[in-house]
Design a protein around this ligand. Structure first.
Ligand SMILES: Cc1cc2nc3c(=O)[nH]c(=O)nc-3n(C[C@H](O)[C@H](O)[C@H](O)COP(=O)(O)OP(=O)(O)OC[C@H]3O[C@@H](n4cnc5c(N)ncnc54)[C@H](O)[C@@H]3O)c2cc1C
Length: 255
């Protein structure tokens, strides 16, 4: 059940010129959170950020009672968040939305690009908790877009693509050999990132009849189904990214 919880900033790690990770400790035990769910962050101290900002759960450490958010600076809200320091307070509504399917096989591929890598770490952790080791493909424009690889390597087999070839394979995630296989053995594909990237993963899944789940990052206001700003057209009719998603099986999406 969703809750409104006050958190204290434990750390704010700058990863590169546009990405940072906030580690947050709540004033009570964290609720149960599924991989793929998100939080709505209240951004205090700015006139233009009246609405909360949706951010995926990047990781949860229940032993330390710490929640992590991986954030890209794009506008005023996220810039404010990037300026938080240890001891600052942050108010979140969580957990929101649905989650990814947790598989029964290691033969699954997680694909994250840009800030779409955010939900993939917690998904990898959840899969690893079942004794499985997923394949994880992280894509960026250049090597500075890719960071924190060791965290993913703890949970799965990691590969990198960069558009300029400065790290890993040169090209898009869809150029990586894992996605070029003629007879891939993946049981499920997961993707979060720019729409062309998710569509490329979907095309690969469609070609080889592999179910594909994507996490959509549509602009939204409330985050829990009240404002109806995040409607998505599906085979089941109009659905809400915030409540019925953000994770959808691509078979349901009318892309
Ligand atoms: C379910 C969900 C999960 C998300 N998870 C993450 C995450 O883990 N990490 C992360 O960095 N971001 C995530 N986002 C995107 C994030 O919510 C927006 O980047 C943020 O709200 C922008 O706030 P702002 O005040 O900084 O920018 P604004 O001033 O609100 O916007 C700045 C610019 O960014 C554009 N923008 C705003 N929201 C989005 C969006 N959702 N998609 C594309 N463009 C947008 C605006 O149109 C504008 O051009 C998620 C979004 C959703 C819906």
């Amino acid at each position: 059940m969703k809750q409104i919880i006050d958190f204290t900033v434990v750390s704010n790690k700058t990863l590169n010129h546009e990405h940072f990770v906030l580690e947050l400790k709540p004033d009570k035990p964290l609720p149960e959170i599924s991989a793929g769910q998100f939080v709505e962050v209240r951004v205090d101290g700015s006139e233009n950020t009246m609405l909360r900002r949706p951010i995926s759960v990047h990781d949860v450490d229940y032993d330390k009672n710490i929640l992590s958010l991986f954030i890209k600076k794009v506008g005023e809200g996220t810039r404010h968040l990037s300026e938080l320091t240890e001891g600052d307070n942050l108010n979140l509504i969580l957990p929101l939305g649905n989650g990814f399917t947790i598989p029964d096989s290691s033969n699954v591929l997680l694909v994250g690009g840009g800030c779409g890598v955010a939900p993939m770490l917690y998904l990898a952790r959840k899969i690893a908790e079942k004794g499985l080791r997923p394949f994880i493909l992280l894509g960026g424009k250049t090597k500075t877009d890719i960071s924190g690889i060791a965290a993913y390597q703890a949970f799965g087999k990691v590969a990198i693509t960069t558009e300029d070839g400065s790290e890993g394979e040169k090209g898009f995630v869809s150029d990586h050999p894992w996605m070029k296989q003629e007879t891939p053995d993946f049981k499920l594909l997961y993707a979060c990132g720019p729409e062309p990237m998710m569509k490329a993963v979907n095309d690969f899944g469609k070609k080889h009849e592999i179910d594909t789940e994507v996490s959509l990052e549509h602009t939204m206001a409330c985050g829990f189904g009240a404002c109806l700003t995040c409607v998505v057209d599906t085979t089941k009719g109009h659905q809400l990214t915030c409540k019925d998603g953000p994770v959808f099986n691509t078979k349901e999406l009318k892309w």
